[in-house]
Design a protein around this ligand. Structure first.
Ligand SMILES: C[S@@+](CC[C@H](N)C(=O)[O-])C[C@H]1O[C@@H](n2cnc3c(N)ncnc32)[C@H](O)[C@@H]1O
Length: 273
């Protein structure tokens, strides 16, 4: 089984609206996008692809780093995400293509200067995606993406040091005690993209790996609460309705230590075609 938010659920209007609102009110996706953009070396690049672009957060930040006549092609498999992005960004320098990352070379015939992919690559079939990216990227062009630590087998720094329960600990406890939720053993979460696996796949796809860095990002409990309000990310998965999940989140937030700051590890990869 792929992770809960692999593909199913993204093509949903409400989820897309709430995701987009989150990206405007909280810095998570802008921060991670800025990191990728700074590594993609875009100052003299004219045409790039934002892969699994969602509502275009990374594209908008990339355009700030590109020359005035720079253009971005946003590719995403969820039309609902693109509809929201097209409306809220309303930028003629962005083209929107609804397609799977794995098929990007069937939809883009031009050679592009760089490809960035924020917070999504693990949702794709990476060997197929890497091969497709290689076909559209000019020789020497950069392919920059990140992987949430949990999907790369990297643990978060404060997992063991925390002395009070996290928001997600409390969500699970309340769901079990007050809503009869029965935690299920996680089924096979799919391939883990360790740094070694990613490197092997990139090299097999014809890339040179320039960097694989581990970075840490901190977030407030308020940001976590807002993120967990996006239907696709709401916990716990399965069994309960979204309304129940929101009641549980509300209760958990009222009990959590709101000064808590949580750190998340990301693997950031820079490859060259
Ligand atoms: C967490 S969002 C990230 C969106 C955007 N990159 C950002 O930084 O805000 C994940 C996105 O990946 C897209 N996605 C998932 N699997 C995909 C695939 N195989 N091909 C293209 N897009 C995909 C989803 O539709 C969703 O818009």
């Amino acid at each position: 089984m792929r992770p809960q938010d692999a593909i199913v659920g993204w093509d949903d209007e409400l989820n897309a609206e709430l995701y987009d609102r989150f990206t405007r009110q909280h810095p998570l996706y802008a921060d991670t996008s800025r990191d990728l953009v700074s590594r993609a070396d875009l100052t003299d690049k004219r045409l790039i692809v934002d892969l699994c672009a969602g509502t275009g957060v990374t594209a908008a930040i990339a355009l700030e780093a590109m020359p005035i006549d720079g253009r971005v092609i946003c590719v995403d498999s969820a039309k609902a995400m693109q509809t929201v992005g097209r409306r809220t960004l309303n930028d003629p320098r962005i083209t929107w293509i609804t397609a799977r990352a794995e098929d990007v070379s069937d939809h883009i015939t031009a050679t592009v200067d760089a490809v960035v992919c924020n917070s999504a690559i693990w949702k794709t079939n990476t060997p197929a995606t890497f091969a497709a990216v290689k076909r559209i990227l000019r020789p020497g062009g950069r392919f920059v993406f990140n992987i949430g630590g949990g999907f790369a087998d990297l643990s978060d720094p404060d997992d063991r040091a925390r002395t009070t329960p996290s928001l997600t600990d409390l969500i699970t406890a309340i769901a079990v005690l007050d809503y009869g939720y029965v935690p299920r053993r996680r089924e096979d979460p799919g391939p883990v993209l360790t740094p070694a696996t990613v490197k092997t796949q990139l090299v097999a796809g014809g890339f040179t790996v320039l960097a694989q860095d581990t970075v840490t990002r901190t977030s407030t409990v308020e940001e976590k609460r807002a993120w967990l309000s996006i239907p696709l990310f709401a916990r716990p998965s399965g069994q309960l309705t979204h309304a129940q999940r929101m009641e549980i989140l509300h209760e958990a937030f009222s009990r959590v230590d709101q000064t808590q700051v949580s750190a998340t590890t990301w693997l950031v990869v820079v490859a060259q075609a």
